[in-house]
Design a binder for this molecule. Structure first.
Ligand code: NAD
Length: 326
């Protein structure tokens, strides 16, 4: 198959996951002249239904079940679809699982990314966009300034260390082989389609089902919350307009403690504080992340969704999912 009349043939990995599917559902209809090759290994955290049927059936979209650790299978995808750009969302993402089984994180997040880089170089692709995380910068104290793109990398768990390693490989391919790369490092995303093992969807589903929510430690850990569609818009801007070799931080301008998030979710689901169950803190639980957005601001992007509106939409989504269950 050649590129036909398409201007681009964009490989989107991790497309059945939370952020990748949100990106695909927004961008496939927006760019009918681009072909989107959606790829995912469909690991247990993925949900193929995250990709809307309108997206899946669009004439500029195909889906391939492929593992980025499988170099030969990836090579077939690059050749079959004459890939011109790559956006790499695929990753093992659950920090707790990285404490239990770090090897999977090394294999997918580092070796898998390197497979993509090697093929991107060999096939002369025009853009390689690595989806990364602000967790590569480590953790902040209560009074520290927010991370910037020049904050030194100081990952503190196997997940963030594997993501930082991948970022270094991506930048090395730019400097050594002149590959056209960009990296986006976002803060904590939330929204519809997120896996229910992650904090906000876990809490929402527990609350909707009348169960208690397990709050780690004293609940004072702070995250900078970003609505997933705002992240998808920022990724699109960097993908199309970012400067090669540059890193862009994407923050939500929305620092909240887990306690504050829990109180908002109790209100939105009509539950009270008796639904909170304090559980022992996890090992290596970073105290605070916060991400500056000054560089993204210069590209014309700001987060658009308030925390209240984003959480309301997320609760509505999980309520409709809960009602679907017979
Ligand atoms: P997710 O776990 O929902 O999705 C990841 C997807 O990657 C899944 O569909 C999974 O099946 C797929 N995948 C995993 N291993 C694979 C492999 N070997 N080959 C092919 N596909 C594979 O995660 P997400 O929250 O959508 O995260 C997407 C990206 O964004 C990740 O790179 C993550 O590090 C990054 N990120 C996430 C957040 C967040 O808050 N969720 C914040 C910052 C950065």
């Amino acid at each position: 198959m050649n590129r036909g009349s398409f201007e681009r043939s964009i490989l989107v990995t991790g497309a059945a996951g939370f952020i990748g599917s949100t990106f695909a559902n927004l961008m496939v209809p927006r760019y009918p002249k681009d072909r989107f090759v959606l790829l995912d290994a469909l690991t247990p955290i993925a949900d193929p239904n995250n990709i809307d049927s309108a997206t899946r059936n669009a004439t500029n979209c195909v889906f391939e079940k492929v593992d980025i650790r499988d170099r030969a299978a990836l090579e077939r995808i690059f050749n079959t679809y004459k890939i011109t750009e790559v956006i790499n969302f695929a990753a093992e993402t659950h920090v707790d699982m990285s404490l239990v089984n770090p090897q999977d994180f090394i294999d997918t997040n580092i070796v898998g990314t390197h497979n993509l880089l090697q093929l991107a170089r060999a096939c002369g692709i025009r853009r390689f966009h690595q989806i990364s995380t602000d967790e590569v910068y480590g953790a902040l104290g209560p009074e520290d300034p927010a991370f910037t793109e020049t904050t030194p990398l100081a990952p503190r768990n196997p997940y963030s260390a594997s993501k930082a390693s991948a970022d270094l490989l991506v930048l090395a391919y730019h400097r050594t082989f002149n590959l056209n790369v960009v990296i986006t490092r976002s803060s904590n995303n939330y929204g519809p389609r997120q896996d229910t093992t992650k904090l906000i969807p876990l809490f929402i589903t527990c609350l909707l089902e009348g169960k208690k929510v397990p709050l780690y430690g004293d609940g004072k850990n702070v995250r900078d919350w970003l609505f997933v569609e705002d992240n998808a818009q920022a990724i699109d801007i960097v993908f199309r307009n970012g400067v090669p070799g540059e890193v862009y931080n994407i923050g939500g301008n929305c620092e909240r403690s887990n306690n504050e998030i829990t109180v908002m979710l109790l209100e939105l689901t009509g539950r009270d504080e008796s639904a909170i169950e304090h559980v022992a803190d996890r090992r290596g639980h970073d105290f605070r992340y916060a991400t500056g957005t000054a560089k993204m601001h210069k590209l014309g992007w700001e987060p658009q969704t308030t925390l209240h509106d984003g959480l309301e939409r997320t609760v509505r989504y999980f309520r409709s999912k809960t009602e679907e269950v017979p």
